[in-house]
Design a protein around this ligand. Structure first.
Ligand code: GAR
Length: 202
């Protein structure tokens, strides 16, 4: 069983999708072992506690620097012997010093079809605002491995979502979550977890 840590910053609907997928057996090769939030007030922490999952907070403001923030997270990942890290609405960019320690072991979900509307500055609702103001007719979500380039790692899964006349960023965000993110994130986590197990067996 792959030991999974989920890193969050906000509402945690993607975390919830992972918790539900583990319960329903869509995720069968891994277990969510730890949830780390960059925000002490994130509702995602409640979702984790309700599911009986250990939680921790790494709060940059309190820790004083980005380096200390990453060191805290790295310490927790070691303590919990984490094999796979999932960024699910995690609103901080990890440095190369961090990402190089976990090659092909960090997944991120991004709410657009990469390489559109991605990279530094494109997060949360801003991504959907950008898609609407550009006027694209199709958007979607991407799950990719995380490397030193923001949203630049190898793509694992993508799903397209139609944009409709009159969409607001909020309406579009919800549709992208429901039709794409909450489906491809659990599916990708299962696929990569199963791959990690088969690599260990070799
Ligand atoms: C999701 O749409 C996620 O894809 C996005 O933030 C939202 C978090 O929602 N992430 C990014 O924009 C990262 N660049 P959640 O907390 O309910 O899962």
């Amino acid at each position: 069983m792959t030991r999974i840590a989920v890193l969050v910053s906000g509402g945690g609907t993607n975390l919830q999708a992972l918790i539900d997928a583990e319960k329903s057996g869509i995720i069968k090769s891994g277990r969510i072992t730890l949830v780390i939030s960059s925000q002490p007030s994130a509702y995602a922490l409640e979702r984790a506690k309700n599911a009986g999952i250990d939680t921790a907070v790494a709060y940059k403001k309190e820790l004083g620097s980005h380096e200390a923030f990453e060191e805290k997270i790295l310490g927790l990942l070691q303590e919990y012997k984490i094999d796979l890290i999932v960024l699910a609405g995690f609103m901080s960019i990890l440095s190369e010093n961090f990402t190089k320690r976990y090659p092909r072991r960090i997944l991120n979900v991004h709410p657009s079809l990469i390489p559109s509307f991605c990279g530094a500055g494109f997060y949360g609702l801003r991504v959907h605002e950008a898609a609407l103001s550009y006027g694209v007719k199709v958007t979607g979500a991407t799950v990719h491995f995380v490397n030193e380039i923001p949203d630049g790692g190898e793509i694992v899964m993508q799903k397209a979502v139609e944009i409709k006349e009159g969409d607001t960023p909020e309406v579009l965000q919800r549709r992208v979550m429901e039709q794409a993110e909450w489906k491809i994130l659990p599916a990708a986590v299962e696929r990569v977890s199963a791959d990690i197990i088969s690599e260990k067996e070799v």
